[in-house]
Design a protein around this ligand. Sequence first.
Ligand code: PEP
Ligand code: MN
Length: 358
Amino acid sequence: MSNQELDHLREQIDQINLQLVKTLNQRAEIVQQIGKVKKKQGVNRFEPVRERHMMDLIAEHNHGPLETATLQHLFKQIFKAGLELQEDEHRRDLLVSRKNKPEDSVVNVLGETIGDGKQRIIAGPCSVEYYEQVDAVAKAVKEQGGKILRGGAFKPRTSPYDFQGLGMEGLKILRDVARNYDLAVISEIVNPADIQEATEYVDIIQIGARNMHNFELLKEAGRTSKPVLLKRGLAATLSEFMNAAEYIMSQGNGDIILCERGIRTYERATRNTLDISAVPILKQETHLPVFVDVTHSTGRRDILLPIAKAALAIGADGIMAEVHPDPAVALSDATQQMDINQYNEFVSSLKQTYPELI
Ligand code: PEP
Ligand code: MN
């Protein structure tokens, strides 16, 4: 075959490629239209019966030289690309997505900002136990320049026989102590019926990992005007996590902080496996501030410092950590909380690299 002949054939191939590009994009446009109709009708995007029909039609009209199996394999990829296109459109629709709102959301808590580039620490005991216990921790948090005090009053414990928290009484202690030190309060609420009353005591509502899929709780938090810190579920994908945040925002509350707190894997060296890549992915895909809970993700005091450094280095808007005056006798999470000396050292070490951290 002469070079001229080869060039001519290649020109034909180039033309066909361009035709295919055009045809595939025409097809994609129709797929998009179908996606819109399906969305309006609330119909599932995946339609295996329809896909089977298209495959059969292709087989019926295939006269070679390509094998039917080869063609069907290629078309499977085309179908998949179409579904992905519909999914992209769906994601663009999410209120929490950056596609929907390109600029970062900044959450205001009693005049303090979260998500504006300043990195923050939320610290406090796992559970509120008694006034003096919270007071000792709040004093340390304040001395280290912290602005937000945590403490659980409604505890989602694995065993129903373990300490369940002091309930509203605990919230009152937390709020009273925090106000003495001019700190904001964050605490977990587990029952949708408690949300309204709790807003009298907390500045940020925490929704815990075990409740990330509690859609009624998410909606109720979404009906308040309090910021919500939403933790990632123990086995939630990032897409599920973002959709949980969407439940809150869909009710009108856009003040949401996402918190990666580790997921359950086969690894037992840490309590959970911190998914550090979740931080840049959530920052990229959503406009919400992202925190990392260094305590519950690791369950290990000895690695809190490098983990916190990793979280701050990768761009988290802040970290959460548990501190107790005497962790050995704590009523929950006794093995993972820092004592006050350890907390002071922890913050001082972090400030060597991150002097702006508060
Ligand atoms: C907590 O922060 O008190 C807590 C229970 O954490 P998580 O929901 O992440 O387990
Ligand atoms: Mn805890």
